[in-house]
Ligand binder design. Sequence first.
Ligand SMILES: O=C(O)CCC(=O)C(=O)O
Ligand SMILES: [Fe+2]
Length: 316
Amino acid sequence: MSVYKAVEKKWKRVKTNAILDERGERIEEAIHVIDPHALTMEQSTWIRKVDECIVVGDAKCVIYAITLPETKSCNGFYILVGALDACTQRDLAEKCLIEYAEAPHTTNLHPLNQQIDKIWMKATSRRQNEPDPMNKLHWAALGYHYNWTLRAYPEEQGSHIPELLQKLGEACANAVGFEITSEAALVNYYKANSTMGGHQDNVEITFDHPVVSFSIGSDAIFLKGGLTKDEVPIEILLRSGDVVVMGGESRLCFHGIAKTMPNNCIPAFPKELPNCNVLYHNIQEYVCSNRLNINVRQVFPTKSDQESDRKRHKSS
Ligand SMILES: O=C(O)CCC(=O)C(=O)O
Ligand SMILES: [Fe+2]
Protein backbone atom coordinates (compact mmCIF):
# COMPACT_ATOMS: atom_id res chain seq x y z
CA MET A 1 0.00 0.00 0.00
CA SER A 2 1.33 3.48 -0.85
CA VAL A 3 2.13 5.83 2.03
CA TYR A 4 -0.48 8.24 0.70
CA LYS A 5 -3.15 5.52 0.92
CA ALA A 6 -2.00 4.59 4.42
CA VAL A 7 -2.58 8.17 5.60
CA GLU A 8 -6.05 8.18 3.98
CA LYS A 9 -6.83 4.93 5.81
CA LYS A 10 -5.68 6.37 9.11
CA TRP A 11 -8.20 9.23 8.73
CA LYS A 12 -10.99 6.79 7.79
CA ARG A 13 -10.57 5.29 11.25
CA VAL A 14 -10.87 8.65 13.05
CA LYS A 15 -14.41 9.04 14.36
CA THR A 16 -14.12 12.43 16.08
CA ASN A 17 -14.79 15.70 14.29
CA ALA A 18 -11.89 17.67 15.68
CA ILE A 19 -8.14 17.28 15.87
CA LEU A 20 -8.26 18.08 19.59
CA ASP A 21 -9.70 15.87 22.32
CA GLU A 22 -11.89 17.01 25.28
CA ARG A 23 -8.77 18.09 27.16
CA GLY A 24 -7.71 20.30 24.27
CA GLU A 25 -4.85 17.99 23.28
CA ARG A 26 -4.13 16.70 19.79
CA ILE A 27 -5.57 13.28 19.06
CA GLU A 28 -2.80 10.83 18.23
CA GLU A 29 -3.71 10.61 14.54
CA ALA A 30 -3.39 14.38 14.20
CA ILE A 31 0.07 14.97 15.62
CA HIS A 32 1.51 15.91 12.23
CA VAL A 33 -1.44 18.02 11.09
CA ILE A 34 -0.60 21.56 10.07
CA ASP A 35 -3.12 23.86 11.70
CA PRO A 36 -2.27 27.23 10.12
CA HIS A 37 -3.66 28.94 13.24
CA ALA A 38 -1.33 27.01 15.54
CA LEU A 39 1.93 25.99 13.89
CA THR A 40 4.23 23.90 16.06
CA MET A 41 7.82 25.05 16.59
CA GLU A 42 9.04 22.29 14.30
CA GLN A 43 6.58 23.23 11.55
CA SER A 44 7.66 26.87 11.76
CA THR A 45 11.13 25.77 10.66
CA TRP A 46 9.94 24.66 7.23
CA ILE A 47 6.63 26.46 6.67
CA ARG A 48 7.44 29.96 5.52
CA LYS A 49 5.22 32.96 6.09
CA VAL A 50 5.77 34.71 2.79
CA ASP A 51 3.42 37.65 3.03
CA GLU A 52 0.24 39.17 4.37
CA CYS A 53 -2.40 40.48 2.03
CA ILE A 54 -6.03 41.44 1.59
CA VAL A 55 -7.68 39.49 -1.20
CA VAL A 56 -11.25 40.62 -0.69
CA GLY A 57 -13.22 42.75 1.79
CA ASP A 58 -11.42 43.42 5.05
CA ALA A 59 -9.93 39.96 5.64
CA LYS A 60 -6.20 40.37 6.25
CA CYS A 61 -4.69 36.99 5.56
CA VAL A 62 -1.35 35.37 6.16
CA ILE A 63 0.21 33.49 3.26
CA TYR A 64 2.22 30.36 4.03
CA ALA A 65 4.37 28.52 1.53
CA ILE A 66 4.12 24.88 2.52
CA THR A 67 6.83 22.66 1.16
CA LEU A 68 7.45 18.99 1.71
CA PRO A 69 9.90 18.53 4.61
CA GLU A 70 11.81 15.84 2.69
CA THR A 71 12.63 17.96 -0.34
CA LYS A 72 12.52 21.39 1.34
CA SER A 73 12.06 22.87 -2.12
CA CYS A 74 9.71 25.79 -2.56
CA ASN A 75 7.30 24.18 -4.91
CA GLY A 76 4.44 26.56 -5.47
CA PHE A 77 2.00 25.33 -2.84
CA TYR A 78 0.47 28.10 -0.76
CA ILE A 79 -2.27 28.50 1.78
CA LEU A 80 -3.93 31.90 2.20
CA VAL A 81 -5.32 31.62 5.71
CA GLY A 82 -8.77 33.16 6.03
CA ALA A 83 -8.45 35.00 2.71
CA LEU A 84 -12.22 35.11 2.12
CA ASP A 85 -13.98 37.59 4.38
CA ALA A 86 -17.23 36.57 6.10
CA CYS A 87 -19.46 38.32 3.54
CA THR A 88 -17.74 36.60 0.63
CA GLN A 89 -18.00 33.20 2.35
CA ARG A 90 -21.74 33.68 2.83
CA ASP A 91 -22.18 34.96 -0.71
CA LEU A 92 -20.26 32.00 -2.18
CA ALA A 93 -22.16 29.46 -0.04
CA GLU A 94 -25.46 30.86 -1.29
CA LYS A 95 -24.26 30.81 -4.89
CA CYS A 96 -22.99 27.20 -4.63
CA LEU A 97 -26.41 26.14 -3.41
CA ILE A 98 -28.79 28.19 -5.52
CA GLU A 99 -26.87 29.22 -8.62
CA TYR A 100 -23.84 27.09 -9.47
CA ALA A 101 -25.78 23.80 -9.28
CA GLU A 102 -28.33 25.06 -11.82
CA ALA A 103 -28.33 25.13 -15.64
CA PRO A 104 -26.50 26.21 -17.73
CA HIS A 105 -23.91 24.75 -15.36
CA THR A 106 -23.90 20.98 -15.03
CA THR A 107 -23.68 18.59 -12.11
CA ASN A 108 -22.84 14.92 -11.53
CA LEU A 109 -26.58 14.25 -12.04
CA HIS A 110 -26.57 15.68 -15.56
CA PRO A 111 -24.94 12.76 -17.47
CA LEU A 112 -27.49 10.45 -15.80
CA ASN A 113 -30.33 12.70 -17.00
CA GLN A 114 -31.17 13.26 -13.36
CA GLN A 115 -30.32 16.93 -13.04
CA ILE A 116 -32.71 18.45 -10.51
CA ASP A 117 -33.84 22.03 -11.23
CA LYS A 118 -33.96 24.31 -8.19
CA ILE A 119 -32.40 21.55 -6.10
CA TRP A 120 -31.79 23.73 -3.03
CA MET A 121 -35.35 25.07 -3.04
CA LYS A 122 -36.67 21.50 -3.34
CA ALA A 123 -34.39 20.28 -0.57
CA THR A 124 -35.38 23.00 1.86
CA SER A 125 -39.12 22.91 1.18
CA ARG A 126 -39.53 19.12 1.22
CA ARG A 127 -41.62 17.32 3.81
CA GLN A 128 -39.77 15.69 6.71
CA ASN A 129 -40.27 12.13 5.47
CA GLU A 130 -39.09 12.89 1.91
CA PRO A 131 -35.48 12.14 0.86
CA ASP A 132 -33.11 15.08 0.60
CA PRO A 133 -32.12 15.64 -3.06
CA MET A 134 -28.94 17.39 -1.87
CA ASN A 135 -27.64 13.95 -0.86
CA LYS A 136 -27.25 13.13 -4.55
CA LEU A 137 -25.35 16.28 -5.45
CA HIS A 138 -21.59 15.77 -5.46
CA TRP A 139 -20.21 18.33 -7.88
CA ALA A 140 -21.09 21.10 -10.29
CA ALA A 141 -19.03 22.21 -13.30
CA LEU A 142 -18.86 25.79 -14.55
CA GLY A 143 -17.13 27.20 -17.63
CA TYR A 144 -15.56 24.44 -19.72
CA HIS A 145 -17.24 21.24 -18.49
CA TYR A 146 -14.75 18.39 -18.60
CA ASN A 147 -16.25 15.31 -20.23
CA TRP A 148 -15.26 12.33 -18.06
CA THR A 149 -16.46 9.79 -20.62
CA LEU A 150 -14.46 11.26 -23.50
CA ARG A 151 -11.71 12.36 -21.10
CA ALA A 152 -11.49 15.74 -22.80
CA TYR A 153 -12.51 19.35 -22.48
CA PRO A 154 -15.01 20.40 -25.17
CA GLU A 155 -14.12 23.12 -27.68
CA GLU A 156 -16.87 25.41 -26.48
CA GLN A 157 -17.47 26.74 -23.01
CA GLY A 158 -20.61 25.09 -21.60
CA SER A 159 -21.40 28.00 -19.29
CA HIS A 160 -19.80 31.21 -18.10
CA ILE A 161 -17.44 31.51 -15.16
CA PRO A 162 -19.08 33.95 -12.73
CA GLU A 163 -17.17 37.22 -12.45
CA LEU A 164 -16.76 36.80 -8.68
CA LEU A 165 -14.87 33.51 -9.19
CA GLN A 166 -12.74 35.05 -11.95
CA LYS A 167 -11.80 37.95 -9.69
CA LEU A 168 -11.11 35.85 -6.59
CA GLY A 169 -9.08 33.32 -8.57
CA GLU A 170 -6.97 36.06 -10.08
CA ALA A 171 -6.47 37.93 -6.80
CA CYS A 172 -5.33 34.80 -4.95
CA ALA A 173 -3.05 33.62 -7.76
CA ASN A 174 -1.50 37.11 -8.10
CA ALA A 175 -0.95 37.29 -4.33
CA VAL A 176 1.57 34.44 -4.65
CA GLY A 177 3.05 35.48 -7.99
CA PHE A 178 0.98 33.40 -10.42
CA GLU A 179 -1.43 34.38 -13.18
CA ILE A 180 -4.70 32.71 -14.04
CA THR A 181 -7.64 33.20 -16.36
CA SER A 182 -10.26 30.94 -14.84
CA GLU A 183 -11.83 28.86 -17.58
CA ALA A 184 -13.22 25.93 -15.63
CA ALA A 185 -14.55 25.84 -12.09
CA LEU A 186 -15.60 22.85 -10.06
CA VAL A 187 -17.79 22.99 -6.96
CA ASN A 188 -17.55 20.01 -4.59
CA TYR A 189 -20.35 19.32 -2.12
CA TYR A 190 -19.00 17.29 0.82
CA LYS A 191 -21.24 15.65 3.41
CA ALA A 192 -20.18 14.87 6.98
CA ASN A 193 -18.29 11.72 6.04
CA SER A 194 -17.26 12.60 2.51
CA THR A 195 -13.70 12.24 1.34
CA MET A 196 -11.93 12.85 -1.95
CA GLY A 197 -9.38 10.20 -2.86
CA GLY A 198 -5.85 11.23 -3.72
CA HIS A 199 -5.59 12.38 -7.34
CA GLN A 200 -3.71 14.72 -9.64
CA ASP A 201 -5.48 17.60 -11.42
CA ASN A 202 -3.97 16.60 -14.73
CA VAL A 203 -6.66 16.90 -17.38
CA GLU A 204 -6.11 20.52 -18.38
CA ILE A 205 -4.25 21.36 -21.59
CA THR A 206 -1.80 23.62 -19.79
CA PHE A 207 -0.30 23.22 -16.31
CA ASP A 208 1.43 26.60 -16.41
CA HIS A 209 -1.25 28.16 -14.22
CA PRO A 210 -2.25 27.24 -10.69
CA VAL A 211 -5.40 25.63 -9.34
CA VAL A 212 -6.98 28.03 -6.84
CA SER A 213 -9.22 26.32 -4.32
CA PHE A 214 -11.68 27.93 -1.88
CA SER A 215 -12.97 26.24 1.30
CA ILE A 216 -16.38 27.12 2.75
CA GLY A 217 -18.24 25.53 5.65
CA SER A 218 -17.03 22.61 7.72
CA ASP A 219 -13.36 21.93 8.38
CA ALA A 220 -11.40 19.39 6.37
CA ILE A 221 -8.16 17.50 6.45
CA PHE A 222 -6.46 18.20 3.13
CA LEU A 223 -3.63 15.90 2.05
CA LYS A 224 -0.93 17.25 -0.18
CA GLY A 225 1.44 14.64 -1.51
CA GLY A 226 4.23 14.61 -4.05
CA LEU A 227 4.33 13.57 -7.69
CA THR A 228 3.79 9.95 -6.70
CA LYS A 229 1.77 8.37 -3.93
CA ASP A 230 5.01 7.08 -2.43
CA GLU A 231 5.79 10.45 -0.89
CA VAL A 232 4.43 11.05 2.60
CA PRO A 233 1.62 13.58 2.23
CA ILE A 234 1.41 16.61 4.46
CA GLU A 235 -1.87 16.94 6.36
CA ILE A 236 -3.44 20.38 6.60
CA LEU A 237 -6.50 21.53 8.53
CA LEU A 238 -8.52 23.77 6.21
CA ARG A 239 -11.21 26.08 7.59
CA SER A 240 -13.99 28.10 6.05
CA GLY A 241 -12.43 31.05 4.22
CA ASP A 242 -9.05 29.43 3.56
CA VAL A 243 -7.66 29.35 0.03
CA VAL A 244 -5.15 26.86 -1.33
CA VAL A 245 -3.06 27.67 -4.39
CA MET A 246 -1.31 24.80 -6.17
CA GLY A 247 1.01 26.09 -8.84
CA GLY A 248 4.54 25.60 -10.14
CA GLU A 249 6.02 22.23 -9.20
CA SER A 250 3.05 21.41 -6.97
CA ARG A 251 0.50 21.83 -9.81
CA LEU A 252 0.58 18.10 -10.48
CA CYS A 253 0.97 16.84 -6.93
CA PHE A 254 -1.35 14.20 -5.53
CA HIS A 255 -3.90 15.71 -3.17
CA GLY A 256 -7.34 15.06 -1.75
CA ILE A 257 -9.61 15.34 1.26
CA ALA A 258 -9.04 12.68 3.94
CA LYS A 259 -11.83 13.85 6.23
CA THR A 260 -14.64 16.36 6.41
CA MET A 261 -15.26 17.52 9.96
CA PRO A 262 -18.61 19.17 10.68
CA ASN A 263 -18.29 22.03 13.13
CA ASN A 264 -21.05 23.89 14.88
CA CYS A 265 -19.19 27.09 15.16
CA ILE A 266 -18.05 28.80 11.94
CA PRO A 267 -17.19 32.48 12.53
CA ALA A 268 -18.58 33.62 9.16
CA PHE A 269 -21.85 31.78 9.77
CA PRO A 270 -23.18 32.76 13.21
CA LYS A 271 -26.62 31.40 14.17
CA GLU A 272 -28.15 34.86 13.97
CA LEU A 273 -27.22 37.85 11.84
CA PRO A 274 -28.92 41.25 11.73
CA ASN A 275 -31.84 41.03 9.26
CA CYS A 276 -31.21 37.38 8.48
CA ASN A 277 -33.94 35.38 6.80
CA VAL A 278 -34.99 31.76 6.27
CA LEU A 279 -32.57 31.35 3.37
CA TYR A 280 -29.68 32.33 5.63
CA HIS A 281 -30.81 29.98 8.39
CA ASN A 282 -30.94 27.06 5.98
CA ILE A 283 -27.51 27.89 4.55
CA GLN A 284 -26.06 28.33 8.05
CA GLU A 285 -27.34 24.91 9.04
CA TYR A 286 -26.03 23.34 5.84
CA VAL A 287 -22.47 24.66 6.12
CA CYS A 288 -22.19 23.54 9.75
CA SER A 289 -22.51 19.91 8.72
CA ASN A 290 -21.25 20.02 5.13
CA ARG A 291 -18.32 21.48 3.27
CA LEU A 292 -18.22 23.35 -0.01
CA ASN A 293 -15.12 23.62 -2.14
CA ILE A 294 -14.83 25.72 -5.26
CA ASN A 295 -11.74 25.42 -7.38
CA VAL A 296 -10.85 27.34 -10.53
CA ARG A 297 -8.46 26.36 -13.28
CA GLN A 298 -7.08 27.72 -16.52
CA VAL A 299 -7.56 25.03 -19.15
CA PHE A 300 -5.85 26.41 -22.26
CA PRO A 301 -2.50 28.18 -22.63
CA THR A 302 -2.61 31.97 -22.73
CA LYS A 303 -1.49 33.42 -26.10
CA SER A 304 1.61 34.87 -24.46
CA ASP A 305 2.51 31.41 -23.03
CA GLN A 306 2.39 29.98 -26.55
CA GLU A 307 4.53 32.85 -27.88
CA SER A 308 7.21 32.30 -25.23
CA ASP A 309 7.09 28.53 -25.86
CA ARG A 310 7.65 29.13 -29.56
CA LYS A 311 10.57 31.46 -28.83
CA ARG A 312 12.11 28.90 -26.46
CA HIS A 313 11.85 26.17 -29.10
CA LYS A 314 13.34 28.45 -31.77
CA SER A 315 16.34 29.37 -29.67
CA SER A 316 17.05 25.79 -28.53
O1 LIG B 1 -12.04 19.91 -1.72
C1 LIG B 1 -10.89 20.24 -1.87
O2 LIG B 1 -10.30 21.04 -1.11
C2 LIG B 1 -10.08 19.67 -3.03
C3 LIG B 1 -10.86 19.47 -4.28
C4 LIG B 1 -10.07 18.92 -5.42
O3 LIG B 1 -8.95 18.54 -5.26
C5 LIG B 1 -10.64 18.83 -6.77
O4 LIG B 1 -11.82 19.14 -6.98
O5 LIG B 1 -9.91 18.43 -7.70
FE1 LIG C 1 -7.97 18.20 -7.18
